[in-house]
Design a protein around this ligand. Structure first.
Ligand code: FEO
Length: 170
């Protein structure tokens, strides 16, 4: 049986993951609007992944006989100054998620919840990847600067990331 404190924290994490999905979907729409379909595709795959993260916590909570309570999802930001600004928001958001996962892990330690500690190992590793990927893309966009041909080529490369829901992350 899961403690009430942990049940509440996991429900919050489910909401944060679904918010992430919604946020990245808004970014995907922004990319479509500025004629970067490859980035849009990449962000949509990212949105699908966040849904999977939310579902993973959802399944974990049910498997532990916890109660899933789905809350409303906040409205995400949908406008950005540039593609660089958008990816800086991605990195900032992933840092926020990392902080939330770490806090959840601290709670799991405090409450002696061993299954949650094990489950969170995957998420802790995933956050290292997520932050690294965002940083790498920011670096590439900065290198490109105002060169539209290079941005066009990067957009084509971004389109190579999976085409269907639940594709794996880079
Ligand atoms: Fe589910 Fe991008 O963290």
């Amino acid at each position: 049986m899961i403690s009430k404190k942990i049940e509440k924290a996991i429900n919050q994490q489910i909401n944060d993951e679904f918010y992430s999905s919604y946020y990245y979907m808004a970014m995907s729409a922004y990319c479509e609007g500025i004629d970067l379909p490859g980035f849009a595709q990449w962000m949509m795959v990212q949105a699908d992944e966040e849904q999977e993260h939310g579902k993973r916590f959802y399944q974990f909570l049910l498997a532990r006989d916890g109660k899933v309570v789905l809350d409303k999802i906040d409205k995400p930001q949908g406008e950005f100054k540039s593609i660089l600004d958008m990816f800086e928001h991605v990195l900032e958001h992933e840092k926020f998620v990392t902080k939330k996962i770490n806090e959840l892990y601290e709670l799991a330690l405090k409450e002696n919840d061993y299954p949650l500690q094990v489950e969170l190992q995957w998420f802790i590793q995933e956050q290292v990847e997520e932050e690294k990927t965002a940083k790498d893309i920011i670096r590439q966009i900065k290198w490109i600067g105002d060169q539209s041909t290079a941005l066009f080529m990067l957009d084509q490369k971004m389109a190579e990331r999976g085409g269907s829901p639940s594709s794996s992350a880079e």
